[in-house]
Ligand binder design. Structure first.
Ligand code: GUN
Length: 293
């Protein structure tokens, strides 16, 4: 069996069409243009490329898009000062601080300083808490994108065995919470695996749905996957340079081998990545709609 591809690029394009239409309507009916500010501290090449993709997509959708690029030597106080100004600016509905931050800056203090209504990443403790309680105002972007891909590919989640590999605050923990929720499109039995899991393969082989955000190229081999499983690869590993001089990407899953075992699989690139950015745009649009009342 060769797995069907879950094409995030195609799904993301559809959703962006819906967002662009709603954005035009909000502007025409309420005179409100969704505003997104992205803040990058330092010069990490991967972060630079993510942030410029986020700003560019916002512009393409007709948003007001502002990008701040600060030097790696920026102090926490300077960043908090910029956040205070963004919090107070009525033209900005969404604030995104790209992670990771340089080591002199306390990440949790920064995320906690963003007004929860403008927290389009859903990283503020209030938004994390509301998600855990099953009552979210906003969903974190990568988990929301994964959930959309599962729903739109017709993957049954109710009662399914879901195994998540990786316990990050950005992906692993929130997607585990979302899929275990007592709610339609969830109700899964979720196992959260991590670097201290004793026998990873014993868990992954039980998965109907395997979500991998381990940060390690080809961490998941064909022998670790149950035949017919749905595999979502969240990994973005830079493993060289393409002919065009761009970073060559590979996921956390040994794609060529696992493709022969799984029933559905996301490619890297073109799987989860485009969905993450699209969910950020949807969160920003919703924040603008809420602000408009
Ligand atoms: N770094 C890696 N993923 C993300 C994300 O989804 N949001 C932000 N702000 N930083 C990230």
């Amino acid at each position: 069996m060769t797995a069907e591809l879950i094409r995030g690029t195609v799904v993301a394009e559809q959703i962006r069409g819906e967002i662009a239409a709603e954005t035009a309507r909000l502007r025409e009916t309420r005179g409100v243009v969704p505003g997104l500010v992205t803040i990058l501290v330092g010069e990490d090449p991967a972060s630079q490329s993510y942030v410029s993709a986020k700003s560019r997509t916002a512009r393409e959708l007709g948003f007001h898009s502002v990008q701040h690029t600060l030097p790696a030597s920026t102090s926490e106080a300077e960043l908090l000062d910029l956040l205070a100004r963004c919090n107070a600016d009525p033209a900005l509905h969404g604030i995104l601080v790209q992670l990771p931050l340089p080591k002199q800056i306390d990440e949790q203090r920064v995320l906690g300083a963003i007004r929860p209504e403008k927290d389009v990443d859903a990283f503020h403790p209030v938004n994390v808490g509301k998600l855990l309680l099953g009552n979210p105002d906003v969903l974190p972007c990568t988990p929301a994108g994964i959930h959309e891909l599962l729903l739109r590919s017709g993957t049954e989640l109710d009662g399914a065995e879901v195994v998540v590999v990786g316990r990050s605050n950005i992906v692993g923990k929130p997607i585990a919470v979302m899929l275990a929720q007592k709610a339609p499109g969830a109700n899964a039995t979720v196992t959260l695996c991590h670097t201290r899991t004793r026998d990873l393969a014993a868990h992954t082989r039980r998965a109907d749905v395997l979500i991998v955000a381990a940060g390690r190229p080809k961490a998941i081999t064909a022998e670790m996957v149950k035949p017919g499983a749905v595999v979502i690869d969240v990994g973005v590993n830079r493993v060289g340079v393409t002919d065009k001089g761009k970073a060559r990407l590979c996921g956390d899953v040994d794609f060529d081998a696992v493709r022969e075992v799984a029933s559905k699989i996301t490619p890297v690139p073109g799987g989860v990545g485009p969905m993450t950015i699209t969910m950020l745009m949807r969160n920003t649009l919703r924040a603008a709609q809420r602000a408009a009342g």
